[in-house]
Structure formats: C-alpha cells, structure tokens
Design a protein around this ligand. Structure first.
Ligand code: HEC
Length: 144
C-alpha cells in the first residue's frame, strides 16, 4: 500500500516536470519579445555573448565546427551538417533546437537561455535570420 502511494506521488512529480513542452515562440504574447524587425547585431549577438556561445563558437569554426559570430556562420552550421539557422523556420534550425532544450550552452555551463531569449532567437529566425531584416524574404515573417 505504502509503495503504491510512493509510486503515485513519484508519477505526479515526474509528470509535472514534463509539462513544459510549449514552444515559447507561440507564447510570445506573454513574453516581452520586441516588435518590429530584429537584427543580429542588436538583438541576437548580445544573447550569444551573454550565454558564452561565442567563447566556444568563434569565427573560423569553433567547437563543433560552428562559427556563431555571424548569421552566415550560423546558416552554414557545423559538424552535424545541419544549418544552425534555417531562414524563416526556427523549428528546423539546429541552434534553436539546442537552446530550446538547454543542450547548449554546453553541458556544465549552467546558464540555460531563458524563454524570452529563446523566443527572440525564434522570431529573428522566422524573420529570415539575416544581419538585418530583408523585406519579402519570409512570407509569414512575424513583425508585430
Ligand atoms: C563550452 C563551450 C560551448 C559553449 C559555451 C557553447 N557551445 Fe555549442 N557546442 C560546443 C561543442 C563542444 C559542440 C559539439 C558537440 C555537440 O554537438 O554537442 C557544440 C555544438 C553546437 C551546435 C551544433 C553544431 C553542429 O552542427 O554540429 C550548435 C547549434 C551549438 N553548439 C550552439 C550553441 C549556442 C547557441 C550556444 C550558446 C547558447 C552554445 N552552443 C554554447 C561547445 C559549446
């Protein structure tokens, strides 16, 4: 009897730990994601610098063969052969996937990106993921 109660409680605890499966990009309204066009320099680079990404993924191909210091490097991607940024599509972008599930920054670096930063990255990618916004590049670019 006691054992089954313990199992029951464990299931509730584990269950609630797994409820955060929402895509922050879809909950933008609750987060204060800046409206209008985003740029790499003003919005994305500070996040990557803050999280330490550029300390490992520097120009010329850092860890995992990835240069995260420019939009071109992110588009090119690293050793996996996957583009870290797929223009207009954050869900197919490896960078978004890795930060969304806190697989990056590299394990051992405790600073997971918060939901707001993950949503800003998603929005920038959905706007095209370029240095600056290019009108007409993404048909469904979120702007407001
Ligand atoms: C301490 C060093 C370190 C930090 C900090 C770090 N990474 Fe990484 N990253 C790695 C290593 C090592 C790999 C290769 C192993 C792997 O894929 O897990 C990698 C792989 C990646 C890849 C996959 C590259 C490919 O195509 O194989 C992406 C995307 C990535 N990192 C993004 C990020 C982002 C975004 C941040 C910041 C939020 C970040 N990383 C922070 C070390 C780091």
């Amino acid at each position: 009897m006691r054992l089954s109660r313990a199992v029951f409680i464990l299931m509730i605890v584990l269950g609630s730990a797994c409820t955060d499966i929402g895509d922050p990009a879809l909950m933008e309204a609750e987060l204060e994601v800046p409206s209008g066009p985003l740029s790499f320099e003003a919005h994305i680079k500070p996040i990557l610098l803050d999280a330490g990404c550029l300390g490992c993924h520097f120009a010329g191909g850092g860890s995992g063969g990835l240069d995260a210091s420019t939009p071109e490097g992110l588009k090119r991607g690293g050793a996996s052969g996957r583009a870290a940024v797929v223009e207009c599509d954050h869900r197919r972008s490896y960078m978004w996937e890795r930060v969304r599930w806190c697989e990056m920054p590299f394990p051992g670096f405790p600073n997971c990106l918060d939901d707001l930063d993950v949503a800003i990255i998603a929005r920038w990618i959905d706007q095209g993921g370029r240095e600056t916004y290019v009108e007409g590049l993404c048909p469904d670019a979120p702007l407001d």
